[in-house]
Write a protein that binds this ligand. Structure first.
Ligand code: PMP
Length: 361
């Protein structure tokens, strides 16, 4: 029986609904758009871009309140991850990470023929959680070449505790990447722990402008690390990896921090409401999240879910959870009306009896 309350929103035909890439659904307001238009008209595109993205690095250093020498910029956070795998090419040892986690870690491990060891995120009555001691034990057991921890974790949305991250950084015999792609949604950056202290030489904090800042199309990621490590990564970075327009555009948008924060506030509100609504549906469960996506278990099998979503042109990400048979979906948080469209679809399935159940059928 359907318990959800949202049912008055009409389904909007086959307009695609992208809830699969954890993008920000809000586009830029008119004022930065106008500034961007002017940049596009004036930029000297016959010239190469400034190779070290110095002005943008200064703006990012200001945003994270650190020194410019500690910032490296990549063509998306993905490029920085690529550089990190490249930097380790001569070192032996596996990658130690979580399961599930950001799919790019396993993709890069395959490309670089790097073994991957994973500590599973478990699901119990309290939701998703990591057995921290098991992870600490795995460091000693596997002697990894690099540790990759996304915080908040993609796809479960859980945040790892600062005390746990601090222990990992202290104990690790290798680089520790704390991937904070979604940190604006959760707060509590690991950077805060080390701002006043000596920055650990093995810590790299990965960030991106693709999520809270809504600039996925520009392809801009950055990392904060010890300045020696930044120099090492800089030496293997492709020259001019950040094009001139992206450099300029990002500088403009970083000036609209209040706009970004208000969008983050809205998305968190929509997310929490969406979780409540899903949990009102029989057989469905949505889990708490500290990011702009939510893990959901569906009472239906994957094929039924896929058929239904494909027919409605709705895109989500299906997730394999180790040792679990349920159908897990990661649903990115869109605008309110987009989430209502998704919910209406599920509600309608519950309301309409299937053909076999109809009287006289
Ligand atoms: N880290 C995590 C955990 C992500 O989910 C993503 C993108 N989905 C990235 C890094 C990379 O983001 P981008 O390349 O867009 O900067």
């Amino acid at each position: 029986m359907n318990k959800a309350s949202i049912s008055c929103f009409p389904l909007s035909g086959t307009t695609p609904l992208f809830l699969d890439k954890n993008e920000n659904p809000f586009s830029l307001p008119p004022s930065p758009r106008e500034e961007l238009r002017q940049i596009l008209c004036q930029a000297p595109l016959n010239r190469y871009p400034e190779g070290r993205s110095s002005l943008l690095r200064a703006k990012l250093a200001d945003y994270v309140k650190t020194d410019e020498s500690q910032i490296i910029i990549g063509n998306g956070g993905d490029e920085i991850l690529y550089l990190l795998f490249l930097a380790l090419i001569d070192q032996s040892g596996p990658i130690l990470t979580l399961e599930p986690t950001f799919s790019e870690y396993s993709h890069l491990s395959r490309i670089f023929r790097r073994e991957r060891r994973c500590v599973p995120i478990e699901l119990d009555d309290n939701g998703f959680n990591l057995n921290e001691e098991a992870f600490i034990d795995a460091i000693a057991l596997f002697s990894p070449a690099m540790i990759l921890l996304d915080c908040p974790n993609n796809p479960t949305g859980i945040r790892l505790s600062s005390s746990f991250l601090r222990r990992v950084i202290e104990l690790a015999p290798c680089l520790v990447i704390v991937d904070e792609a979604y940190v604006e949604f959760s707060g509590n950056s690991i950077i805060d722990l080390f701002r006043e202290k000596r920055w650990p030489s093995n810590l790299i904090v990965l960030r991106t402008l693709s999520k809270a800042w809504g600039l996925a199309g520009l392809r801009l990621g950055y990392a904060v690390a010890d300045s020696d490590l930044v120099s090492d990564l800089d030496s293997i970075r492709p020259p001019y990896n950040i094009n001139a327009l992206s450099q300029e555009a990002a500088q403009i948008v970083l000036g609209y921090r209040e706009w970004m924060e208000s969008r983050v506030f809205s998305l968190r509100y929509i997310r929490d409401h969406f979780i409540q609504e899903i949990n009102r549906l029989d057989g469905w469960e949505a889990y708490e999240s500290e990011a702009n996506y939510v893990m959901v278990t569906s009472p239906w099998d994957k094929t039924k879910m896929e058929t239904l979503l494909t027919a409605e042109n709705i895109h989500v990400r299906f997730i394999e959870m180790p040792g679990r048979k349920e159908t897990f979906l990661r649903v990115s948080i869109g605008k309110e009306e987009e989430m209502r469209r998704f919910l209406s679809l599920l509600e309608d399935q519950e309301e309409v009896p299937s053909f076999k159940e109809m009287p006289g059928a």
